[in-house]
Design a protein around this ligand. Structure first.
Ligand code: SF4
Length: 493
């Protein structure tokens, strides 16, 4: 065993956790794309309605959420114990366990295993963690072709695109766009392909079937790993995952260390929470479970890669660590007003939406994803929807504070924001100064159109760069009070 747990310096996450542009810049581009907003609005509305209907069927939904939260809390508090138990059980059943500190190490391990198997191609079942570490690119640079087999991931791969949603990576594409991608990229596709869902699914099925039958190596992620028996679990909707998990001779599973759960009893809770929160189904159409290697049945070589990539660093933060409870259902994305308008690409990280805004900065270090904790209105819809009760708004505020503290530590001069706050504090400490400031602020009415100010001069431009400011009212509250009650102070009530 070569676990990295207990290392004095937890490794930082690398890979596709950080975008080229900060969120406000990327979001501006996304917001200008009307087709993208239509696609996102339609898809998230549909998933939200399905989720709400199946959640309402369970009278003990809140108790299930509390149970999921308690199991995750307990597991993370004893993560070293459960990971080592998982490792022992997997080995007892003929599997081999590898520990990867970061994306580079995980990619090296997987590439070596594929080479050892003598394969130049692999089939993959949807695994966001392999997107996180940039596995496909690492394999490609070693001359190995990775074929995504989940339909949405296949669309993203053929479109030379990036996933924009945890569960529906091609949510930003509509049917007409998918048809165009298939006609352009699939050499064997019927040129008369229509854009009906059945025709598109059939085209993908025919395209993938040959890959499944010839693949010698399959690569998967894992939704859960049960420590007490060493059993891995993948849930999916299409059955392609099952082919990846059973047909190749070698199976390599890459799993973030937070996916371990103690027992089968715990799995029962998550198998109720996850499908209802993600696809709005009562159960997942395909739930695959396997324990090591079974002679004569399924893959005869099984490797489990346990990935840190910043997770132990997140674990060290008593507030932020709850982001590791996430079961990747994507319910928080579907209810988020920011995600619904910008889509996933604007977040830069493979983990978009509210969970991405709290997870990615912790995996990379807050300063490397500094804009993400601000990509929220703090409305709290994500907390209400989360099946494991992650208090995302509190973590967002906590990470903003960490960012301000960390940025301030290296700075000799105070920021414009700190100066503005000190000035506001001075003004608000005196009724006379406050009244004078209100009178002065009324000059700002000249900048307003339709009650909103879209652009303010520096340093206030930092506010209007991302949002409008309300134009000052024609009458202040104090003036209204004096008019109504004849009280010159206006501070009563
Ligand atoms: S944070 Fe909660 S709602 Fe969001 S993806 Fe994770 S488990 Fe689902």
């Amino acid at each position: 065993m070569s676990t990295f747990l207990g290392m004095p310096h937890a490794p930082r996450g690398v890979g596709h956790l950080r975008g080229d542009q900060p969120f406000p810049v990327a979001a501006r581009t996304a917001l200008a794309n009307a087709q993208l907003r239509r696609n996102l609005g339609k898809a998230t509305r549909t998933i939200r309605a399905k989720r709400a209907a199946v959640v309402a069927e369970l009278p003990d939904w809140e108790e299930l959420r509390a149970a999921g939260q308690a199991i995750k809390r307990h597991t993370l508090a004893h993560l070293d114990y459960y990971l080592e138990q998982l490792e022992s059980r997997v080995q007892e059943h003929g599997g081999i366990v590898h520990w990867a500190r970061d994306a580079n190490e995980a990619n090296r391990i997987v590439t070596g295993l594929v080479r050892d198997a003598g394969a130049a191609e692999v089939v993959k079942v949807k695994s966001i963690v392999t997107d996180e570490i940039g596995l496909n690119e690492a394999l490609a640079s070693a001359g190995i072709t990775a074929h995504e087999t989940d339909l949405a991931e296949l669309i993203v791969q053929l479109g030379h695109d990036r996933p924009s949603h945890i569960l529906v990576p091609a949510i930003h594409r509509n049917r007409a766009e998918i048809r165009e991608i298939f006609l352009r990229e699939m050499a064997d596709v019927d040129p008369g392909l229509t854009d009906t869902p059945a025709a598109l699914a059939e085209a993908a099925r025919l395209h993938l079937r040959r890959r499944f039958l010839s693949a010698r190596v399959g690569i998967s992620g894992a939704n859960f790993a049960i420590a007490e028996t060493g059993t891995l679990c993948v849930v999916e909707s299409e059955g392609n995952g099952r082919m990846c998990l059973t047909l190749p001779d070698t199976l390599i599973t890459v799993m973030g260390i937070e996916k371990v759960i103690p027992s089968w009893r715990d799995l029962e809770v998550f198998l109720q929470l996850l499908p209802r929160s993600s696809t709005g189904e009562r159960m997942n159409p395909y739930t695959s479970l396997w324990t090591g290697v079974t002679p004569g049945d399924g893959p005869q070589r099984f490797h489990l890669v346990l990935l840190d990539n910043g997770r132990t660093a997140a674990l060290a933060d008593p507030v932020g660590r709850q982001a590791l409870h996430c079961i990747r259902c994507s319910a928080c994305l579907n209810v988020c007003p920011v995600y619904e308008r910008t889509g996933g690409h604007a977040y830069g990280s493979v983990y978009p939406g509210p969970i991405g805004a709290v997870l990615s900065p912790q995996l990379t270090g807050v300063e490397d994803n500094a804009s993400l904790p601000y990509a929220s209105s703090l409305c709290g819809a994500c907390f209400d929807a989360c099946p494991v009760r992650i208090d995302i708004p509190s973590v967002l505020v906590h990470l903003r504070a960490r960012h301000v503290e960390e940025a301030g530590r290296d700075r000799r001069l105070p920021t414009a924001e700190a100066v503005a706050m000190a000035a506001a504090s001075w003004v608000m400490a005196s009724p006379g100064r406050y009244a004078a400031a209100q009178r002065a602020g009324r000059a700002g009415r000249a900048l307003g159109r339709g009650g909103r100010i879209r652009r303010l001069p520096p340093p206030l431009s930092a506010w209007t760069a991302a949002r409008d400011a309300p134009a000052p009212p024609a009458q202040t509250f104090r003036e209204w009070w004096r008019h109504e009650h004849g009280d010159a102070d206006g501070s009563a009530g």
